[in-house]
Write a protein that binds this ligand. Structure first.
Ligand code: HEC
Length: 192
């Protein structure tokens, strides 16, 4: 009797847990190739509750884009997770270039579309990243991909109009933001 109650209680808690977590997402996230809904519960527990993740799941907007405080960490994550296939400056290698306005999957020009591709993967070697990056890290890495954009900011639909007016296309020969391993509190790191 007691065991049954315990099992039922555990099941109830699990349901509430996933409902609460699922309720975070006001946007509908789908796989880039199959169109199937993405299961965010596959993401690591860590990095789920940062301000950036909560904002993204409510609005589809990545607040790390062009955030100078978080770009050093974003750069570091890109170098360790993406540059091997997409190139040091996202110029393209095994995977396509990510630094211009041509996209195999046009939705990648939005934060939501880019997140869906990073989280769930696409075809071939572009595997899902939820095993390697947490949600907060995905948003950070996406911000560095955006920062590497080398074309006319008019095509950078992911920028706000204000950001677009000051955005300078990435120039690998100019001085640029160095990578850093530090995850600052403003970028989803531990507070204090
Ligand atoms: C093992 C190699 C590999 C790694 C690592 C990798 N990618 Fe990819 N990526 C690919 C390949 C190959 C494609 C082409 C897949 C396709 O067309 O469906 C691709 C496609 C993409 C696309 C779609 C581009 C378009 O034109 O629509 C995006 C966005 C992307 N990758 C981002 C990333 C990011 C961000 C990372 C790091 C977190 C990453 N990738 C890591 C190989 C990789």
């Amino acid at each position: 009797m007691r065991t049954r109650t315990l099992v039922k209680t555990a099941a109830a808690i699990a349901t509430v847990g996933s409902l609460v977590w699922g309720a975070h997402a006001a946007i509908m996230l789908t796989h880039t190739v199959t169109g199937q809904p993405l299961d965010l519960s596959e993401a690591p527990e860590e990095g789920r509750d940062t301000e950036a993740v909560k904002t993204f799941l409510q609005t589809g907007v990545n607040i790390y884009v062009e955030d100078p405080i978080c770009l050093p960490k974003a750069h570091e994550l890109y170098l360790s997770m993406c540059s091997g296939c997409h190139g040091h400056y996202a110029e393209g290698k095994i995977g396509p270039g990510l630094n211009d306005s041509y996209w195999t999957y046009p939705k990648n020009e939005t934060d939501q579309g880019l997140f869906e591709t990073v989280f769930g993967g696409a075809q071939g070697q572009m595997g899902p990243m939820y095993g390697a990056l947490n949600l907060n890290e995905m948003l950070l890495v996406m911000a560095w991909v955006r920062h590497l954009y080398k074309e006319d900011p008019k095509g950078a639909v992911w920028l706000t109009p204000e950001q677009r007016s000051t955005f300078r296309p990435f120039d690998e020969n100019a001085k640029h933001i160095e990578p850093s391993e530090d995850l600052l509190p403003q970028c989803g790191g531990p507070a204090g």
